[in-house]
Design a binder for this molecule. Sequence first.
Ligand code: TEU
Length: 543
Amino acid sequence: MKQTWYREGVVYQIYPRSYLDSNHDGVGDLQGIISKVPYLHELGIDILWLSPVYQSPNDDNGYDISDYRAIHPDFGTMDDMIELIQTLHDHHIKLIMDLVVNHTSDEHPWFVASAKNDPKYKDYYHWKTTKSNWTSFFGGEAWTYHPERQAYYLHLFSKKQPDLNWDNPEVRREVKDICRFWLDLGVDGFRCDVINIIAKHNDLPKGKPGIALVGKEHYFNIPKIHDYLSELRDDVFVNYDCFTVGETVMISPKTALTYIDEDVRELDMVFHFDHMGADNYFVKWFMKKFRPINLKRPLSKWQIMLGERGWNTLYLENHDQPRSVSRFGDIQYHYHLATMLATMIYFQRGTPFIYQGQEIGMTNASFPTLAEYQDIETHNIYKTGRRLGLSHRRMMKKIMKMSRDNARTPMQWNSQTHAGFTEATPWLKVNPNYVDINVENNLKDPNSIFHHFQHIIRLRKAYPIIVYGSYADIDFHHRRLYAYARILNNELIEVYCNFSNKPLKCPHLAFWSNDRCLISNYPLDHEEPYLRPYEARVYYEKK
Ligand code: TEU
């Protein structure tokens, strides 16, 4: 497979509201991020993905954009943005922006004009005089009546996020202009928000009745999406040294290849969500007990199915998902669990994505009262659940485990007030465990989670086999062991992870000697072929 910087690079995602507040208003900002570029450089990352910093009424924390070419004053100014790009590039770090173009804010001038039936903008969105039965990702109906236009408009997310009409060539022209604007400013690519649902069936017909996302068959991966994305690629992306990663919801590897196959390349890689279903029935609010096999099965499937045809993204967390250490194992083994999970995922084939705070093992905040949550999805789902007759207690249990705010609490820099994130009142409460779990402690301790992440990143740079080697499972049906091999020419890597809080007998280890071990999360002080709780080991051999 062709070698490219975005395959070899490690990406770090920043949720700007929660990174670092430099001007004491309780909200993270661009100057805060700029001051931490040396920290990112020390960690060793190559690419930064910035969640939205554009002008927005913040109904969905910036995923509702009202001006694609302006920075929200909460975050700073365009000059700050230019300074950030420059500072990152000076440290050899590239930048990708969040491209949110399935919808805009209802306060975007296009929508305001569209609602007035302005001839230029009237077809920028999806309008209907009668609503259908489609439901929204955030719970509730996907259509809202607009009195001015006397019609319903479609919104697959909140009612302040009307969906753009991609059938309109003017909408596509606007999106291309926005992409060029940012690429010309020096950004190196985009993370494309919910990109596999931007195309909608022409007539927006009635959806098949179901419990979640009624109407989805009329917009998930429908054929014309490929016309839109190939147009974007040919008219914009091929002219720049940039890359795109699509956020593609509910997608199989086979369908993913229709976007990312080497011969198609409408997108360079996609995020899938199959492994995010390891503790739920694919709608996160329908929770079930976590079983390692339910994480291993989808991860392995994607490794094998994409094979030499497509490129994987490797992630366990982002701003929409609960913290991985609170989800995928026994948190009593915090250090070993966090480092085992990182070893398990980042030695696979693909581009690693680290979400802010994951490198120090940040955990779910699990706030016990609804008022402590800010997220619109959390509040909407609470209302929907209560309307369906679920008790307050039951809903809070779900929210404490699955709310997106679990991953959005401020970054924990040190053990001072508000974790060093702000001197004001933070927009979302800090997780009280910041006293122990923070960057300062991690940097001091040579055996910290941070240093384990740093070590993995260095190894990925030193051993191309970790990036480009092929993948094969070892002992696939084992329920507590996740083991796999990577192979490139005459080189071999084997990864062994104990996904349990008990010692695990692992006869394979007998074939390896300690001096072949590249990285582990326990001292290598015993010869017995077993793995300790949440132990991870990686061996390397060149024939
Ligand atoms: O997320 C899309 C998406 O599928 C999520 O809404 C998901 O269903 C939910 O977060 C699971 O809890 C993207 C963004 O990442 C998210 O932050 C936005 O809210 C959403 O699009 C709308 O732009």
